[in-house]
Design a protein around this ligand. Structure first.
Ligand code: AMP
Ligand code: MG
Length: 381
């Protein structure tokens, strides 16, 4: 019996050590899950997308990031406006008057583009790929002056390519009534990509996350007891001009002329074009839209840049995006009432003036178009 005592003692010590280790690891685990977050970055459409997942386990994060990496790569390849891929193949076929069967995801994205373009009264028009190419924006580098010839621009505008020229059959065969149509999805692909990514995270059981594509943000769930806070970049310098509290499921997208532009003797021509005359925007510096869908916010930010201050309230109402902000090259800020109510202007820059642009009441009702936009099926890859 006595011979066994030391052995028993060492077994007990070992057992206690194991129990302690287990307790410690449980404690560590709980600490990790309470505060556990993980982040990863992905390169899509010329932007670094940072995804931060909160309140998750390491293996869950690993699965999610592997899934997102696969999806973002596929979207980058299939939806690119000038690199060889599914969209450029489709553009070649349509230019020759041919139809092409596309993947269900691309077909759905194009249907979404049709609904958004109709809602914007054609100011958001992803069918103007030829104009965008003529301005030199189908390149990773900023275009060089000179400007395109006015006669060439006029010719491309006269051809009148519109999203409604596209016919998309139930089995995803795409054809166009207009061979001048060329698709460039750059004004809403990022929003659609983050919507898809958020939907995937939700399916994987992840509830709290931030997806940030260079300041364009989609949030899921909560940030502890606080709402998420998103900064709006100061388009005239470094830092932020304003901040917004963002609720679960909301997206904030900004279109800015500082992102990509053509510089001609110090005059800045934005990468956003007015489809009505083919010219690059000059006086709108940035537009920010807050909405419950990333593609909608992204498309609306582009459309409202084209609308400018004069047509801002009408297009915001027609698109069903009542929270929007515009900054012009005079440093004037124009906000819809819903945006003004949520905006925290940062700093004490007295040179900034904020004008509130009321939306027409009758237009604020859910129109058929806005309902169509909101009921859009989620795309799955
Ligand atoms: P965003 O930064 O979301 O406003 O997207 C700008 C990009 O959308 C440009 O680089 C073009 O590829 C494309 N684009 C420019 N003007 C328009 C327009 N009026 N409608 C749709 N897409 C446009
Ligand atoms: Mg956009």
């Amino acid at each position: 019996m006595t011979r066994f005592r030391p052995m028993l003692a060492s077994w007990l010590a070992l057992g206690a050590a194991f129990a302690l280790c287990a307790l410690l690891s449980i404690a560590a685990w709980q600490k990790w899950t309470a505060k556990g977050s993980a982040s990863s970055s992905f390169y899509v459409f010329g932007t670094l997308v940072e995804v931060v997942l909160y309140d998750i386990r390491p293996e869950q994060a690993q699965t999610a990031f592997a899934g997102l990496s696969h999806d973002f790569r596929q979207m980058h390849r299939d939806w690119h406006a000038w690199r060889d891929g599914e969209l450029t193949r489709l553009n070649r076929q349509l230019a020759q008057g041919q139809a092409m069967q596309v993947s269900p995801a691309l077909a759905q994205l194009l249907r979404q583009g049709q609904a958004l373009s109709a809602a914007s009264d054609g100011l958001f028009n992803p069918a103007i790929g030829r104009l965008i190419a003529a301005w030199g924006f189908h390149d990773d580098l900023p275009p060089e002056a000179p400007l395109p010839a006015p006669a060439h621009i006029a010719e491309l505008v006269a051809a009148n390519p519109r999203m409604s020229d596209l016919e998309i059959s139930p089995n995803n065969i795409v054809s166009s009534r207009n061979t001048a149509l060329a698709l460039d999805l750059g004004a809403y692909a990022k929003g659609a990509a983050l919507d898809l990514a958020a939907a995937k995270l939700e399916r994987l059981g992840i509830r709290h996350a931030v997806l940030n594509a260079g300041g364009d943000v989609t949030v899921m769930g909560r940030h502890g007891a606080r709402p998420w806070r998103v900064a709006i970049r100061d388009p005239f310098g470094w830092g932020a001009i304003a901040a917004l509290d963002v609720q679960a499921g909301e997206s904030v997208y900004t279109s800015g002329n500082y992102e990509r532009f053509l510089d001609q003797d110090g005059a800045r021509f934005s990468h956003i074009l007015d489809p009505r005359n083919g010219w690059a925007l000059r006086d709108v510096v940035s537009v920010t839209v807050l909405a419950e869908n990333g593609a909608l916010a992204d498309a609306a930010a582009t459309a409202l840049s084209v609308a400018g201050a004069q047509d801002f309230a009408r297009i915001a109402a027609a698109m069903g995006t009542p929270a929007a902000l515009l900054i012009n090259d005079q440093g004037q800020l124009f906000a819809t009432p819903a945006m003004a109510a949520r905006l925290d202007l940062l700093g004490a820059d007295q040179s900034l003036s904020l004008t509130t642009l009321p939306l027409a009441r009758n237009l604020l009702r859910e129109t058929d178009r806005a309902a169509a936009v909101q009921s859009m099926q989620r795309i799955s890859l």
